[in-house]
Design a protein around this ligand. Structure first.
Ligand code: ATP
Length: 370
């Protein structure tokens, strides 16, 4: 079930040719994007690429210089921030230190003068949803960082917004807690059916939690897709390089059959073979992007590999479950091969200066414009 693929459904949020300038500086550059109901959407990109500016425009703290942002088909420009069905959860959580967990969650509902009985039921529901029941009477300083994060989430969801914006929501948590909390966030998002838009620096986090990820650069979206498609079929070298580890081989592609290409690359090396649905002209400059886990390392030349190159082990990174070998080819190109350490390291492992073969299939790599 991929709601964002259903053309019958209209998007919850629509950016139409949105540009945001601060003086001379263009922070968001003619950006068009649809986000659908119930999506968990991640904005990912280097510092300064415009992620927070997009969130602030959705929340109503900034207005686009050009273009229109729609929420449920309506231009949101005339709607003040507090009247939008949008809430923003900040990294600092901004909890009231003198109020209990219960009162922190109730705060927005009281301000809206929700009837007492409804308010109490709603707060209790939020406490259950975020597993905070037993901490309801405590003050923020009497609970852990992870619990504070959940209070902030409960408070943001109390008014049942259509859209929740999360700016680096897990930034203050340590790695282990952060990973556990990612699954909690996904669970809560699914239970409430609220559309979440998250900003994160952490590509693993974006890939874990999001149903779709937008990779941004310089105020533009370079690719917006499911995590698997972003990883397996990046649309550019920038995206391939931004997400995960990748080998990028520069060369020239020449058609060699149906969706098949010969790639001439380093001098003295046998041309590589790659397949691509995107067309390349004979001799067109290209980059072949291959994930390290798609490269097989072996002592002997594999009999029927589409691509096989020989080199010397230059570096080894042992990561417990995985090992990454950096193999230097004649001419100095380094190719990384990653193997899963499913058995105890034994005769299957290689060491520095070993001469090894690297091989991969014709479909292992993605051919990208150079
Ligand atoms: P980070 O990951 O570091 O938070 P970001 O992707 O969220 O970065 P933004 O905060 O959206 O980036 O900022 C995008 C660009 O717009 C930056 O170059 C920033 O300096 C600029 N910018 C943001 N707000 C303003 C402002 N009020 N006035 C001038 N420039 C601004």
């Amino acid at each position: 079930f991929e709601p964002w693929n259903d053309p019958a459904e209209s998007p919850l949020i629509r950016f139409r040719n949105v540009t945001k300038r601060f003086g001379e500086f263009t922070a968001i550059d003619d950006l068009t994007l649809d986000i659908y109901e119930r999506e968990f959407f991640a904005l990912l990109g280097p510092s300064g690429c415009g992620k927070t500016t997009m969130m602030r425009m959705l929340a109503g703290f900034e207005a686009p210089t050009e273009g229109v942002i729609e929420l449920s088909g309506q231009d949101i420009a005339p709607i003040p921030p507090n009247k939008r069905a949008v809430n923003m959860m900040f990294q600092s959580y901004a909890l009231f230190p003198h109020l209990s967990v219960w009162e922190n969650i109730a705060f927005g509902l009281r301000r809206d003068r929700m009837p007492k009985r409804d308010l109490e039921a709603r707060v209790e529901e939020m406490l259950r949803l975020t597993r905070l029941d037993q901490f309801a009477r405590r003050k923020p300083h009497q609970i852990s960082g992870g619990q504070r994060q959940r209070v902030a989430l409960a408070r943001s969801l109390a008014k049942a917004p259509k859209l929740l914006l999360l700016d680096e929501p897990l930034g203050a948590l340590d790695k282990k807690l952060r990973q556990d909390t990612q699954f909690e966030l996904m669970d809560i998002q699914e239970k409430t059916g609220t559309t979440f838009v998250i900003v994160t620096h952490d590509q693993e986090e974006a890939m874990t939690v999001a149903s779709r990820v937008a990779v941004m650069d310089n105020g533009r979206i370079i690719q917006a897709d499911t995590p698997a498609r972003i990883y397996e079929s990046p649309s550019s070298v920038y995206v391939a390089d931004f997400i995960g580890d990748v080998n990028i081989i520069q060369g020239r592609a020449t058609p060699d059959g149906d969706e098949a290409y010969r790639v001439d690359w380093a001098q003295g090396q046998t041309p590589l073979t790659a397949s691509s649905a995107t067309r390349f002209e004979p001799g067109q400059a290209c980059h072949l992007a291959i994930r390290p886990e798609k490269v097989t390392i072996s002592s002997d030349r594999p009999a029927d590999a589409a691509n096989a190159v020989q080199g010397k082990v230059h570096d080894i990174a042992y990561l417990g479950n995985l090992s990454t070998y950096h193999v230097e080819l004649p001419g100095g190109v380094i190719i990384k091969a990653q193997t899963a350490n499913t058995r105890r390291l034994s005769r299957r492992s290689y060491t520095w200066e070993d001469t090894v073969w690297l091989s991969w299939t014709a479909t292992a790599g993605v051919l990208l414009a150079g």
